[in-house]
Design a protein around this ligand. Structure first.
Ligand code: AVI
Length: 324
């Protein structure tokens, strides 16, 4: 039952309720995109990754498919055995290419995927050894930082941490800095971090990825209101809200909002929330980075940039940082 309890030992359902009420009672209103991913949200995100406008997944996949041998060489430069820790491993469809290359190079490593979802970890432990019989794998189910502590207790080998999928983009710049600093605290000199960033590019292209004409991203955002209705006894009328996405090329912030289409009241459990016509709820940031932004983030948080791996179109980068 470990995953049912958050850091402060508040049951997940009441943590969700507290966060939703705090966000909707704030001025301006906001909800956290970490709550997008219920079963339905996972399905919609899968559809997003298959959209032609959403270039991120294919770009990073191309990097892993085509450059994993080079990544493996870089990782093995220190020569010693190591633990490969993946934060938010999911189904490892991208990292499997790196795992193959590391095995092919006959490196001595254990793969420690970390995921908040118990069934993701169970599936990985079940399926990966069938595809990669020589793989040593030990799944860790729970919060990233708690599981990193656990990984350090399991072995004192060198750590190579993977944080892919541009998940860092779902933090604002201050949160990303804090996250990298906290991660650095868990690591030791010469450990590596391989971290995926979506790069600043033509604003039209970025906006299209988050504002698709078929409305998949719209339903991804609206699904959180449905989830509140289902799990927190809410009565949102979904058709009273619309999705709005924006991209600011000066800051690299791509943001999504839900807009209230009329003056309305929504009940969530015992609480009532009032929305003015055209009032927005801030839902998600997908921060885009320049190469200078990425290097600055590394040096501010205790890492040295070592190398960069781009897709052919240079839409995306997997940066390799060494712990100072
Ligand atoms: C998971 N994350 C990196 C995605 C992104 O691009 O920010 C989530 C997403 N939101 C809308 N489309 C995709």
């Amino acid at each position: 039952m470990d995953t049912m309890i958050t850091k402060r030992m508040v049951p997940v359902a009441s943590q969700f309720l507290n966060d939703v009420l705090a966000g909707l009672q704030a001025e301006p209103k906001f909800l956290s995109s970490k709550y997008f991913y219920d079963e339905k949200g996972d399905q919609i995100f899968q559809q997003i990754m298959e959209m032609k406008e959403y270039y991120l997944t294919n770009s990073e996949m191309e990097i892993l498919q085509e450059q994993s041998a080079k990544l493996a060489t870089l990782i093995s430069l220190d020569g010693d055995a190591f633990d490969l820790i993946e934060l938010g491993a999911g189904d490892a469809t991208k990292s499997i290419h790196l795992l193959k290359a590391l095995l092919q190079a006959q490196l001595n490593f254990t793969y420690l995927p970390i995921d908040i979802s118990a069934h993701v970890i169970a599936d990985l432990e079940d399926n990966l050894p069938k595809k990669l019989p020589d793989l040593q794998i030990e799944g860790l189910n729970g919060d990233y930082f708690k599981m990193l502590e656990k990984a350090k207790a399991i072995s004192n080998r060198r750590k190579v941490v993977l944080f892919m999928g541009a998940n860092i983009g779902n933090m604002d710049l201050a949160e990303a800095e804090n996250f990298c600093r906290d991660l650095r605290e868990e690591l030791s000199p010469n450990d590596l971090l391989i971290i995926g960033f979506d790069l600043k590019k033509n604003p039209q292209q970025i906006l299209a990825a988050y504002n698709d004409p078929t409305g998949i991203t719209r339903s991804f955002n609206l699904n959180l209101l449905n989830r509140i209705n289902r799990e927190l006894d809410g009565d949102f009328n979904i058709s009273n809200f619309d999705h709005y996405a924006s991209y600011d090329p000066e800051t690299g912030a791509c943001k999504s909002y839900l807009i209230s289409l009329n003056d309305q009241r929504v009940n969530i459990g015992d609480e009532t929330i009032h929305f003015n016509k055209n009032e927005h709820i801030y839902m998600e940031i997908s921060q885009k980075y320049s190469l200078e932004d990425i290097d600055a983030l590394a040096s501010k948080t205790g890492f040295t940039p070592m190398n960069r791996f781009f897709d052919r179109q240079e839409y995306f980068v997997d940066a390799v940082w060494k712990v100072d």
